[in-house]
Structure formats: C-alpha cells, structure tokens
Design a protein. Structure first.
Lengths: 206, 191
C-alpha cells in the first residue's frame, strides 16, 4: 500500500530560503540546460499547481495551466532580470495565466474534487468542531463542497488574494509583489473577500 | 453578520481545510516529466543531431516499449523473408536467367536504340523466343509484330475514326439538349 502524499505546507518566505541556491540553476536554465530548469520546476510546481487548482476549481485546468506557466517561464527566462525572486516571478506568470484563462472561458466550470488527505483534514475539522457547534453535523466532503462553492462565488481578484494568503500562507508583501499592487490594496481585497465568505458560510461559522 | 477578528480567525482555519485537497499520488512527478518532454520537443529542432533525437526518443519511449518494438520488427522481418522465399516464381525458386548478347537488327533506327546492351533470356521456350527477341529491340516499327495480323489469320482490323459532318455538327439538333450529340458523327467508310 502506498503512503498517502503529504499536503503542501504553507509557503514560507521562499526567496530567503533559496535565492542563493537557485541562482546557478537559473543561470544554467537560461543557457538552455533542461536539467537545471527541471530542478526549478520540481521545486515550485506543487505550490503553483495548488494555487491554480484553488483558483480554477478544476484539476485538469490547473494541470494545463501549470504546464503553460513553466513553459512560458522557460521561454521568458532571458528576460528575467532578478528584480524579484524566481518564485515571485513564476507565481506572477501563473496568476496572469489563470486570470486570462478565466476571462476567456466564462462558462461555469465543474469543480473536480481532488483526493482529500483525510487524516490531516479531520485534524483540522476536529479542532474546528470543538469551537464551532454547527460543524458537528456536517461531513468532511460536504464541508469541502461548501467551501469550494463559496470560493467560486468570489470575484477573481478577491479569490486570488484569499488563496494566496489564507490557503497558501503568503505574506501581504509577497502577494503585492505577485499581483503588482500595493500592500493596502491586498489588505482591502482580503478584508472584502473574507466578509463575503463569512456571509456565504455564516451557518458554519456562528 | 458583523466581521470580528474572532470570526475571521474561524474562517481562516476553515479555509485551512483546502490545504488538504491533494492531486492523485504521483501527479507532480508526471507533471514535471510532461513539462520536461514539452521543453525537449521545443528545443529539439534547434539542435537536431540524429543522436540527440535518438536519445530523446529512447528516453521518452522507455526501455520496455523499445524492446517490444525491436522484437516485433525482427519477427516481422523474419516472417516476411520466409514468406518471400516460399512464394512460387520468386527469385529464390526460379533459376536465374542467363543474359546473352543479341545482334542488332538491320533496321537503322532500331539499331541506334539497341546498340549496346540488349539481353534476352535464353532459357525461354522456343515459341516465345522470337517474340522475346523482337520485344527486346525497342526500335520504331510501323506495324504490328510480324505474324500477328498476317493474311489468313482471320483478323481484319478496321481503324475506328470519325469525322465531323460539316459545321452543322456543332449545332444542336432540334429536340436534343446536347450540343454536338453523337447523331452528327458519321463513321467513315473503311479504307
């Protein structure tokens, strides 16, 4: 029996951890070294994919967009000046890809539920249940569906801020660099998005 | 509902549940490989040395599949060879024809064409030997092969030729939809 995969941890300030280590990789990839670029892909693909999955709500779309993101990143590596970290730069490409994708396909998309890391999710739920009475009567899958439905009702920019901050755990400053807006805008978008979500999930968070 | 710090905190913890939504096992590995494949196929034409293409293809295929393809190719080649050897009339069964020189004919035009290497299979039956000799000379001849339409052979070929019967032939006949219908074509009398 295979061991279940561990969920993606919330992003810690990645540019501090790996900026020095990845410089040679970036330089090699810029010269066309696919092994070096492969190492960069493996380092960041999980975070990019997870963000795009929460954003599009669809596994296949997220996989396609993740591919497109890295392909574009490889082609554009020559224009990468290093003003931002590679992580921020790739994230920005991914976010732009996702926003363009959703603009082009306005039709309502079906949410493909990924596998749930049951043990981890139940731990989170157990903690929540001890604080929130209505959650005692709801199953894990149902809760997941309610959450996804509520997320999809947010506008694209608000959803993106919630994903990057509350799900991915990125700081406001990093989000402002990715979305190319100031920190105040990020904070106000986050506040508005949370208000919306609170209204949509009020029966669960009473 | 009035947003409070406490309710925002509950919402944030609820959203943490989404961190536990995961793709199927091995998905990220496959995704990385497919990105690599796409990049390889994009960069391949730039450095399209046969060896690079071969190694890229081999890596993509995997050794099990490559081995299967190689084995099937060998089996197909062997089967084809055996079938070809067993076929009647194949070069493996029939004796090889002996090539001999043939003298050029008296006809000057033909001799120009046939001067050089003209070969006739010498082991043909006697009835076909003459015909083979004739057909092996690709010279210009005015008539059919000798003997084919010889007097008394019962064959009287009539040339099939037609002539348009004057300018009226192009005008459609009354009641006919066709322009220049076959009714206006008169067969010529045999010469």
């Amino acid at each position: 029996m295979s061991t279940p995969p561990t969920p993606a941890p919330p992003a810690e300030a990645p540019e501090e951890v790996s900026a020095d280590h990845e410089k040679p990789l970036i330089e090699a990839a810029r010269r066309g070294d696919l092994d070096a670029f492969d190492a960069l892909v493996r380092r960041y693909q999980e975070r990019i994919y997870t963000t795009l999955y929460h954003f599009t709500g669809n596994h296949e779309d997220a996989a396609d967009l993740t591919q497109e993101t890295f392909i574009k990143a490889f082609r554009a590596l020559k224009s990468f000046r290093g003003d931002a970290s590679f992580f921020t730069w790739v994230y920005r490409i991914g976010v732009n890809k996702a926003l363009n994708f959703l603009k082009q396909s306005r039709r309502r998309r079906t949410f493909s539920l990924n596998d749930l890391d049951e043990r981890g999710a139940r731990d989170v739920l157990r903690r929540l249940v001890s604080e929130t009475t209505p959650l005692r009567h709801i199953g894990l899958r149902e809760l997941q569906q309610r959450l996804n439905a509520a997320m999809q009702k947010l506008s694209e920019v608000h959803r993106m801020v919630v994903i990057l901050h509350d799900i991915q755990g990125l700081p406001h400053e990093e989000i402002s660099r990715i979305l190319r807006c100031n920190v105040g805008t990020v904070r106000s978008r986050l506040f508005y998005a949370r208000q919306q979500l609170q209204g949509l999930l009020s029966d669960l968070i009473s | 509902m009035e947003p409070t710090h406490e309710s925002f905190e509950k919402l944030r913890r609820l959203l943490e549940l989404k961190r536990h939504e995961l793709p199927p096992p091995g998905f990220h590995d496959r995704l990385a490989r497919s990105i690599r494949r796409r990049l390889e196929s994009e960069t391949a034409p730039a450095k399209a040395s046969p060896w690079a293409l071969w190694t890229a293809w081999w890596r993509r295929l995997g050794w099990e599949a490559a081995l299967s393809v190689a084995l099937l190719s060998v089996l197909a080649a062997l089967y084809g060879l055996i079938w070809f050897q067993g076929k009647p009339g194949s070069p493996g069964n029939a004796p090889a024809p002996m090539l001999t020189d043939v003298a050029a004919p008296e006809n000057g035009v033909a001799s120009n064409h046939t001067a050089g290497a003209v070969a006739v299979a010498s082991n043909l039956p006697p009835a076909l030997e003459g015909l083979a000799r004739e057909t092996s000379r690709p010279g210009r001849t005015s008539g059919p092969p000798p003997g084919l339409f010889a007097p008394g052979a019962g064959l009287n070929p009539t040339p099939a030729s037609f002539r348009l019967d004057g300018p009226a032939a192009l005008a459609p006949e009354r009641g006919s939809n066709a322009i220049g219908s076959n009714a206006n074509l008169r067969p010529l009398p045999p010469r």
